[in-house]
Design a protein around this ligand. Sequence first.
Ligand code: TXA
Ligand code: MG
Length: 346
Amino acid sequence: MKTEVISTVEQPEKGALRGAALIKKGELVAFPTETVYGLGADGLNGQAVNKIFEAKGRPNDNPLILHVAEKSAVRALWKETPPLAEILTDTFWPGPLTLIYNRSAAVPNEVTAGLDTVAVRMPDNPTALALIRASETPIAAPSANLSGRPSPTTAEHVLLDMEGRIPLLLNGGPCRFGVESTVLSLVDKPTILRPGAVTKEMLEAVIGPVALSGSILSPLLAGEKALSPGMKYKHYAPKAQVIVVSGEAAACAGRILELYDKMEAQGHICEIAATVQTIAYYQGKRCSLMGDRENPATLCANLFSLLREMDKRADVILSEGVEATGAGLAFMNRLLRAAGFCIERV
Ligand code: TXA
Ligand code: MG
């Protein structure tokens, strides 16, 4: 299969119409969102949804998010509307917040992997919204990477993983946030299953106390049940070994330099993911700027593309860790998974 690429940077509508024609035929279309690129299919067509799992090599017990283009479209997908949903959608939609609640009969089993609940979000991206509207159906979409690889934040990343596996890619340029949406379950008390750009603090300002699922910063214990099935799989992993050193900036930099020299002496090729606070320490070493420790959203925005880039040059990636609050929680959640939880605190 040849993968057609249409740029939607200037005119989302034209590409969206071509995409919608494929979605309506039960085919797959990769498209940009404000978080990462998605791999979309008609979310009410179980056979079309199955093609997503095939193209990604995704385990079929891992449910998908339905993407809508109007806030009101969620009503047909949930059994009833939970009390907190309205204020959350009014505040954060369109945007990087996915809400989970009991599903309606309209949602096929293929989307929910047999669960009684369904995840829904309204993306904040002109191409995504135009595609969903023209398709006249909710679009089921996971991130458009091969299962286990870092999520794609540019059309080039999507092509590297998906070329020849899908008929169409809509290229809307790089994604703004760079990490996937916050996933919030409203089934019982509000609980974050996956942190993202809509932070715990932002949610609490609107709805009061929000719980964090236990496995956000630690691996699942043997026998522990994943609240969000996606959390149990190895994720976001480059081929290189990722080592995280967490702590105050200067201490992190000192330890990273020690590890760099030690591992290079052992024959490894290392690269450091640096921050504006520490890059001066790494002069003469292989390193790339990831962002600003004081503004972890900048670290999120670059993390996945930097992991892919550094993976081409190094077999050991040394990264600083930051405090897991605000946007730092989403950053540490993705980084620790990419590192297989290999972290040293200094
Ligand atoms: O930003 C995003 O959310 C991107 C863009 C494309 O929208 N999508 C995305 O999808 O990250 P995916 O499939 O890579 O991640 C969805 C996560 C998985 O961890 C999955 O297990 C969880 O949401 N999930 C989906 N439905 C669920 C449900 N009913 N209950 C619990 N977890 C669910
Ligand atoms: Mg994913």
